[in-house]
Ligand binder design. Structure first.
Ligand code: HBI
Ligand code: FE
Length: 275
């Protein structure tokens, strides 16, 4: 079993060095936080908003991982570790498998408020960290990390990465009041927080594991298809089985294009459908 005690796992870690952030860095965080938290109050799932509140990830500046880790340690046992930027899959999943969330410490330039090639601290901490306070989601993410290490060994990471993409990054949650956002890639994006719920263009499809593992995705634009779960417990339950036979079964089937609807799809309405 690959452990995260190997050199590469620890070599990548750096101190957040919270004291080194500039006044401009904190001002950029404040601007992003105030804009998103206003927008998300009616769009994010309750579990995200509760996590944001519990962590005290507040508007006044870039959060200190030491304070966040104190709260996380007392709730689900997750811990944030700082890295300089994108790390290898093995390091990424290795930490995740041990309830350590890898977060970048740098924040975007004020001229890049709306789109980033790589995750910055606003995407990682505002987008991903609040849901780590939710026990079911916290369990799912650790299980995903373990699955990632196994997929690496089986050479099936391209399929498993789609599950991360369509849940952890761009997932929607069904609620009695219509779909709500839980994916971090949406949560940290002003445009996509509106588009994913309001626009009639994207497909919204009920969660279907094998369908997701076959569905390609494009980086750098809004999603053509969003997958909608009924609960975080469903996510955990549906991904509990051993994936090895599933990888074998699917490897012989054609991939599905991001915008294509399948005959087996169950479509879910957007916000406009619940008026
Ligand atoms: N590294 N720092 C960092 N952040 C990520 O989100 C990340 C990564 N390395 C690999 C990776 N993501 C992908 O493999 C996952 O999205 C599946
Ligand atoms: Fe992310």
């Amino acid at each position: 079993m690959t452990t995260t005690d190997n050199a590469t796992g620890d070599e990548c870690l750096i101190a957040q060095d919270w004291e080194a952030y500039s006044a401009q860095d904190h001002a950029t965080w404040r601007k992003l936080f105030e804009r998103q938290s206003r927008l998300l109050v009616s769009r994010a799932c309750d579990e995200f908003l509760a996590g944001l509140d519990q962590l005290g990830v507040c508007a006044d500046g870039i959060p200190d991982f030491r304070q966040l880790n104190d709260v996380l340690g007392r709730t689900t046992g997750w811990r944030i570790v700082a890295v300089p930027g994108l790390v290898s899959e093995a390091v990424f999943f290795g930490h995740m498998a041990e309830r350590r969330f890898v977060a970048t410490r740098w924040i975007r330039d004020p001229t890049q408020m709306d789109y980033l090639e790589e995750p910055d601290i606003f995407h990682d901490v505002f987008g991903h960290v609040p849901l780590l306070t939710n026990p079911a989601f916290a369990d799912y993410l650790q299980a995903y990390g373990r699955g990632g290490l196994k997929a690496l060994r089986l050479g099936s990471l391209d399929m498993l990465a789609r599950l991360y993409w369509y849940t952890v990054e761009f997932g929607l949650l069904r609620t009695p009041d219509g779909p709500r956002i839980y994916g971090a890639g949406i949560m940290s994006s002003k445009g996509e927080s509106i588009y994913c719920l309001d626009d009639r263009k994207p497909n919204r499809v009920a969660f279907d594991l094998k369908r997701i593992l076959r569905t390609r995705y494009r980086i750098g634009d809004y999603q053509e298809t969003y997958f909608v779960i009924d609960s975080f417990e469903q996510l955990m339950a549906e991904t509990a089985p051993d994936f090895a036979p599933i990888y074998d079964e699917l490897s012989g089937l054609p991939e599905i294009e991001p915008g294509d609807i399948q005959p087996s799809d169950t479509l879910v309405g957007g916000l406009f459908d619940t008026a």
